[in-house]
Design a protein around this ligand. Sequence first.
Ligand code: FES
Length: 289
Amino acid sequence: MAEDEPNNGTPGSQSGPYQGPRAADFTPEPDHSDDPGYVTRTRFLSNAAFAGTGVLAAAILVPVVGFAVASPLQGEDYRWVDIGPASDYLKNPPPYPNPTPSTKIGEVASLAVSGPSSDADRRIYVVYGLKDPTTRPQPTPGQPAAEFEAQFAKWASSLRADDFDLIAIWNRCAHLGCPVAYSPGSAGYVCPCHGGAYDSRGLVTGGPPPRPLDRVDIKIVDQSKKFEPQDVEAGKDRIPLAVAAKSNNPNLRVLVGKPYSIDQQQQSFPLSGPGEPVSGTLSHLYPFQ
Ligand code: FES
């Protein structure tokens, strides 16, 4: 019978002497698991995973950390820019003759100022007005007009030159950098992007901006006088505002220079980018807030 026939060893045959590898011929692979210098497949894959994770972490962290530390370190070249005669800006100098509640106290001029590079071109608002506009009396509901006028006249007569200053406000919104515009009706600045609102001195009154509008250094000089660079650096060329306001000297000019940031208390800080708080707890957390 077929089941009993011996295997003749021909290919495809199911019977006959086995000619494949035998257990006795098997040579086991050497075990390198205890050899730290030998790279097994598992070790290679583990190292590759670690390296990939490191590259990913660096790709995320390097820009974030760089963004956090680079801005304060970056200086900006600047130069003083002559923006015109002082008489153009020092209108209605105090004390005012016969002031009334409708007297405009403080002027706001808007002009484009070219910076040292096209990236630094900016529009500024030059404000000559009260350091603290909130001191200006407001009529209370139902207050007789004559009584308020007397109150206003008393306040106006108490004003001194030191109650006024001249500031230059950069129109770059402190939230995300949109250009703000001065609104005479509200005597403040409004941002068209997200509703940021600022008062006449650029202090935040509403919306998302984390700090007031940045300012630009401003000074009044007598262009007929020459100063050494170190004296200009020391501010010896600056004409006091109170002196300039009373002067008819046609040589007095207004110059604007280096931008800087402020907080709500109007303390000065190095120029920061949009969205960056400059004081308080959040300033330490930025950009991780
Ligand atoms: S950019 Fe001005 S409020 Fe957002």
